[in-house]
Design a protein around this ligand. Structure first.
Ligand SMILES: Cc1cc2nc3c(=O)[nH]c(=O)nc-3n(C[C@H](O)[C@H](O)[C@H](O)COP(=O)(O)O)c2cc1C
Length: 204
């Protein structure tokens, strides 16, 4: 069944962007998704919460497209999450309007994949750094999907960027019309690799 996909884009200086601008153009060209540019919609950063909740409610999949800024999302997207995913609407005992929907990021990072590891420059994997988003999705009873990544952005050639934008358009189409990326089921499998094995006292 076809899914309704909302691409929530957040870049504080889109006119100075190279990567997210190319990805935004690719998303805008996809008939199968609705694109919602937060900084363009709210230049004064005054978020219309009821409007946003109505928009979110009409969709099955939320894509958050943004650059990684300080290991997180740009400030307006953080405010959007704080205000739109309110207690009693998105999560809580009584009402969970988002249950069953999907949450996924399309993120660009200056750092290459190789520097996002335990002994790398950034010390943590991207999956670890994105845990607050992953758990927020779970709190809202949503499925958290594997992100679409564009990395080492400074060294990406124009040709590679065009290929990446094409892949993004295909990825969005797959989200809307196909199976989409896999669900991130739980942190336990990854934790098992990350942590040293716990030894029982009697093993020592
Ligand atoms: C304020 C700020 C914070 C950033 N923080 C990170 C970071 O934590 N990790 C990283 O890999 N890149 C970081 N970068 C680099 C951006 O992620 C990168 O330049 C961006 O993804 C490129 O996309 P764009 O051309 O759409 O801006 C940061 C850039 C800025 C401006």
């Amino acid at each position: 069944m076809k899914k309704r996909v909302l691409v929530v884009v957040a870049h504080p200086v889109m006119e100075g962007s190279r990567i997210n601008r190319a990805l935004l153009e690719a998303a805008t060209g996809c008939e199968c998704v609705q694109v919602h540019d937060l900084y363009a919609t709210y230049p004064e950063q005054m978020i219309d919460v009821s409007h946003e909740q109505a928009l979110v409610f009409q969709h099955d999949v939320l894509v958050f497209q943004h650059p990684l800024h300080w290991y997180s999302c740009p400030a307006l997207l953080k405010s959007w999450l704080d205000m739109v995913l309110s207690y009693g609407w998105a999560h809580g005992d009584v009402s969970t309007q988002l249950a069953g929907k999907s949450w996924v990021h399309a993120i660009s990072t200056g750092g290459a994949d190789s520097v996002y590891q335990r002994r790398g420059y950034h010390h943590f994997t991207l999956a670890e750094l994105l845990r607050p988003f992953e758990q927020s999705a779970r709190l809202c009873n949503m499925q958290y999907l594997q992100p679409f990544l564009t990395q080492a952005t400074d060294t990406l050639s124009d040709t590679a960027l065009q290929a990446q934008a094409d892949s993004y358009a295909a990825w969005l189409k797959e989200l809307a019309e196909g199976d989409g990326p896999p669900v991130v089921e739980s942190v336990q499998a990854e934790e098992a690799q990350y942590l040293e094995p716990v030894r029982d006292v009697k093993d020592i």
